[in-house]
Design a protein around this ligand. Structure first.
Ligand SMILES: Cc1cc2nc3c(=O)[nH]c(=O)nc-3n(C[C@H](O)[C@H](O)[C@H](O)COP(=O)(O)O)c2cc1C
Length: 188
């Protein structure tokens, strides 16, 4: 059985549950999957994995630091392995009327994924740009004003609350289809 590793960093939980969803699909496709939250656990060696998926949430245009450190640490190994990158972010669903959605998606793909792959000399088998969550139950004081300012926009855009205070812009089918395609790159 081919082994796959998913590592991620999250601030508000979207990348954690997205990682679990990806893992479920990979398992269904016959892969032996390990998921690691890099904020909690470390990875010492990646040689046993045929596929490595690295995911991050985005805040003020930045990845979380742990998966970025992971890319740096394992840059040489990853260059020889099958690797996929994904991010959970707000750019897939711009909340103001002025931002062009297609442009926002294109810019996010370039900035958060393609530039990251290039920075670490990676040639990923796939790049996943997914939506994110706005979690009003876990707001750092620094971002309180920003979060209050976007609440009416989330409501107006019809973003569903998957639990009280948690607005989720992710498309789970798109995530599962992406994971299926990634799994197939290992089997082929
Ligand atoms: C304070 C704050 C800043 C954010 N900045 C950005 C950003 O610059 N670009 C973007 O696409 N999404 C941005 N987002 C949306 C997040 O990417 C989204 O909440 C995502 O779920 C974060 O991933 P995580 O839940 O795994 O932490 C921001 C969200 C918050 C709360």
């Amino acid at each position: 059985m081919s082994k796959a590793l998913i590592v991620y960093g999250t601030r508000y939980g979207a990348t954690a549950s997205t990682s679990e969803d990806i893992a479920e699909t990979l398992s269904k496709e016959g892969l032996d999957v390990k998921v690691v939250n890099l904020k909690k656990d470390k990875v010492k060696d990646i040689n046993e994995y045929e596929l490595v998926i690295v995911g991050s949430g985005i805040q003020i245009h930045k990845w979380t630091k742990e998966p970025e450190k992971f890319l740096k640490k394992f840059q040489k190994e990853l260059a020889k392995q099958k690797v996929a990158l994904f991010v959970c972010c707000g750019s897939t669903e711009p909340l103001d009327d002025k931002t062009d959605k297609a442009k926002s998606i294109k810019n996010a793909r370039t900035k958060y994924l393609e530039e990251k792959a290039a920075k670490y000399n990676l040639q990923p088998v796939a790049l996943g740009l997914f939506g994110g969550v706005y979690n009003f139950n876990n707001v750092p004081w620094l971002f309180g004003k920003f979060m209050q300012s976007i609440k009416p926009q989330l409501e107006a855009a019809g973003v569903p609350q998957t639990e009280p205070g948690l607005y989720d812009t992710r498309d789970l089918n798109a995530i599962r289809n992406w994971a299926k395609e990634v799994a197939q790159t290992v089997q082929s």
